[in-house]
Ligand binder design. Structure first.
Ligand code: C5P
Length: 406
């Protein structure tokens, strides 16, 4: 049973590197787990010289990760980096700080740091001479300039009996910083019901074949995750299989009809509906019973239009409800988005030019133009989590203040 503390539902990666202060990481992990967080520990090879893997595995929410190569998942750094709400590096040695500042990824911890867009708290610990070395000062300044949160080391007893600045901050100080960084923003989405659709629908032709499209569901999942991070109660209606984050309740669907039924049900109580899914516009009719056989000759597939889920929601829109549509276009991006905004009675259309490299279907990045009744704003190529944040900023701006929950 997860603890119901204030960090409940938060996925925190704790990176432990090889310094004598590694033993204090045990206490950091314990405090985070007690506060309700799911803690995934990573140890560098040198950290294993100071503490045993079993200790961390026993205290944390999952077994310790140590290598890019021996994890059950083939790409543990991207799994951990993408799932993390926060990464805490405690202790952070001069080597890890240097590698992170230089963008080097020669072990699981540094690879995970480079593979995340989550906030990062770095807690240095080293001898005073090292802490004061210009190279370390420079690397720490570089990390700070990139928005990394640094928990300064304290004065006190160091390894070998020396005294001075460089001792790892107290575990309680590190916990307080994690809490501060993760504190919910004063988001207008807090406690709102946000419904998000994601992925491409699959329309059966016969018992084994489907018509589908190239949508991966990554953008919709990123929006759902970001809305949950802002405190919303999220229903994600999706055809994709990504792991849901805490705070997101998933309804798994296949076809446009299943998606419509799930969305219509959820939309009845929704403050915001974001239709990121690539819903089929046409489906085969009738669906052949069994499997079409080659020896029966070349079949012809007859298609009928599917109901437009979003247009239906637009026609029945409640006062104060915010409706967001997506538009994958290959030309006339803004004009098409403006006409969709009007025709479907939407508040926001997020348009992407899928003919551009690294944009839209299947990619981890996207470049969009957000079109509202008040104007347009272009979001240049960025990872889908950043695009999700822009979309939700726009949703927050559209939510009527008088509709706010108490
Ligand atoms: O008009 P177009 O299909 O390009 O509009 C795309 C938007 O409409 C997307 O937000 C998509 O999720 C939604 N849509 C829908 N139902 C359909 C087709 C598209 O809700 N049958």
């Amino acid at each position: 049973m997860p603890n119901a503390g204030d960090l409940s539902g938060r996925f925190i990666v704790v990176g432990v590197s090889g310094g004598i202060a590694a033993y204090k990481a045990v206490e950091v992990c314990r405090l985070l787990v007690d506060a309700g967080a799911h803690v995934a520990p990573i140890m560098t090879p040198d950290a294993e010289r100071f503490i045993g893997k079993t200790t961390l595995s026993a205290l944390c929410s999952e077994p310790v990760h140590t290598s890019l190569w021996d994890d059950a998942s083939p790409i543990p750094h991207t799994r951990l980096g993408q799932r993390a709400d926060l990464i805490v590096v405690a202790p952070a040695t001069a080597r890890v700080i240097a590698a992170y500042a230089a963008g080097m990824s020669d072990d699981l911890l540094t690879a995970t740091l480079i593979a995340t867009v989550a906030p990062v708290v770095v807690c240095p610990a080293m001898h005073t001479e090292m802490w004061e070395h210009p190279a370390v000062r420079h690397n720490v300044a570089t990390l700070r300039s990139r928005g990394v949160h640094i928990v300064e080391p304290e004065d006190g007893r160091l390894a070998g009996g020396d005294m001075g600045r460089g001792r790892l901050a107290a575990p309680e100080t590190i916990l307080a910083e994690a809490r501060r960084v993760l504190a919910p923003t004063q988001s207008k989405l807090a406690a709102r019901h946000v419904v998000v659709s994601a992925g491409g629908t699959r329309e059966p032709i016969d018992a084994v074949r489907v018509i589908t499209n190239r949508s991966s569901g990554k953008q919709g999942h990123a929006i759902a995750n970001e809305a949950a991070r802002r405190g919303a109660k999220v229903t994600l209606v999706t055809t994709a299989d990504f792991l849901p984050v805490p705070g997101v309740s998933v309804v798994r669907v296949e076809t446009a009809a299943e998606m419509k039924s799930a969305i219509d049900t959820a939309a009845a109580s929704a403050d915001v509906v974001i239709m990121t899914a690539a819903v089929a516009d046409f489906r085969p009719v009738p669906i052949a019973e069994g499997k079409w056989k080659k020896h029966d000759g070349v079949p012809s597939v007859v298609l009928e239009p599917t109901p437009d889920i979003l247009a239906g929601l637009g026609a029945a829109k409640r006062p104060g409800q915010v409706l967001v549509g997506f538009a994958a276009e290959t030309s006339n991006l803004v004009d098409n988005a403006k006409s969709k905004l009007a025709h479907k009675n939407l508040d926001i259309v997020v348009a992407n030019d899928v003919s551009q490299p690294k944009v839209g279907f299947g990619h981890d990045t996207n470049a969009v133009t957000i079109v509202t009744k008040l104007g347009t704003s272009a979001i240049p190529l960025a990872d889908k989590r950043t695009v999700a944040a822009h979309v939700l900023d726009s949703v927050e701006a559209s939510l009527h203040p008088t509709q706010e929950h108490p």
